[in-house]
Design a protein around this ligand. Structure first.
Ligand code: SF4
Length: 296
């Protein structure tokens, strides 16, 4: 199913956000010393004064935790009607000016709880009686805290429960291969398809496409596109995106999510017009069997 080689793009991808796999010997649990040099703008990774490896600064620092309906991830075709313990920290490796979660994606927030993987896995198991099927790594970009996701996912899997990743999909091959064996389902953003769209936000379209294709052969995958008037609403780009997804699989669910003004797009931008949403829905439904509109 994964027809294309990486062409070296993935290994070259994330160089700005401290994405080298640091594998800290203490599991990344140390608090950042005051002199730790933070790498990147989001505060999720840094370099200790006596080392040269980039390490996790958000390990176990949980900003949000909730038992959510699985459809809220959104995943509409993976254990529908179930619930999932959803956990998030802070930080992101992209810089979307319209970020819908900027309070936790762009900087280390003032408030977090320290919750270690064992505690999350135990809580997930305890909540099984309330319809919980596992743990979702979500809210911020979980890949900037990949060590925490990896460690927690192993424990969740050992308890016979599911792991769900909600991600922008901008990972290099080693990171992706680290997580794929542990993940049962994921929702991946595909943010736009036009020339230069991903470059503007610090990412790379081909990397994300390749990761979607690779993941779709290994676990349940659904895709979300946040549709924004004037940004990613060109009909030919919508068609090209839907063609790509249909080539991965016409069964692959697509969520078209409506933008609302936030962050640097809080002023001077309007919520996505319903006509734009319907246009993409029509284009996508001509190619894909499962298309959903969100936030309408
Ligand atoms: S990828 Fe998501 S969390 Fe990260 S900046 Fe973009 S919208 Fe915000």
């Amino acid at each position: 199913m994964f027809a294309h080689g990486s062409g070296g793009r993935q290994d070259a991808a994330p160089t700005d956000g401290g994405w080298q796999d640091a594998a800290p010997t203490d599991g990344g649990r140390q608090d950042a010393a005051p002199t730790t040099r933070v790498v990147g703008a989001c505060g999720a990774r840094g370099v200790a004064p006596d080392g040269d490896k980039v390490t996790s600064l958000n390990y176990g620092k949980v900003t949000s935790i909730a038992l959510d309906p699985i459809e809220k991830k959104p995943l509409n075709r993976f254990h529908p009607g179930s619930r999932i313990l959803s956990v998030g920290s802070f930080g992101c490796n992209l810089t979307c000016p319209w970020c819908q979660n900027h309070e936790i994606s762009r900087a280390s927030p003032a408030g977090f709880r320290t919750v270690l993987p064992e505690q999350i896995a135990d809580e997930a198991a305890r909540l099984a009686g309330e319809g919980n099927i596992g743990v979702a790594y979500t809210y911020n970009e979980p890949l900037v805290g990949i060590e925490f996701v990896r460690d927690t996912a192993r424990l969740v899997r050992a308890r016979g429960m599911k792991n769900v990743l909600v991600t922008n999909g901008y990972a290099n091959r080693r990171q992706w291969e680290t997580l794929l064996p542990l993940i049962d389902a994921m929702n991946v953003d595909l943010k736009g398809y036009g020339d230069g769209f991903y470059r503007r936000i610090g990412g790379d379209l081909e990397t994300v496409k390749e990761n979607i294709r690779l993941a779709a052969g290994r676990c349940h995958v659904e895709v979300t596109c946040l549709l924004i008037d004037g940004e990613n609403d060109a009909p030919e780009e919508m068609a090209a995106m839907a063609d790509f997804l249909a080539d991965v699989s016409p069964e692959l669910p697509l969520h078209i999510s409506r933008f609302f003004p936030r962050y640097r797009y809080a002023e001077g931008h309007e919520a996505t017009r319903l006509a734009t949403m319907r246009r993409f829905e029509d284009i996508a439904k001509a190619r894909l069997r499962h298309v959903y509109l969100g936030n309408v």
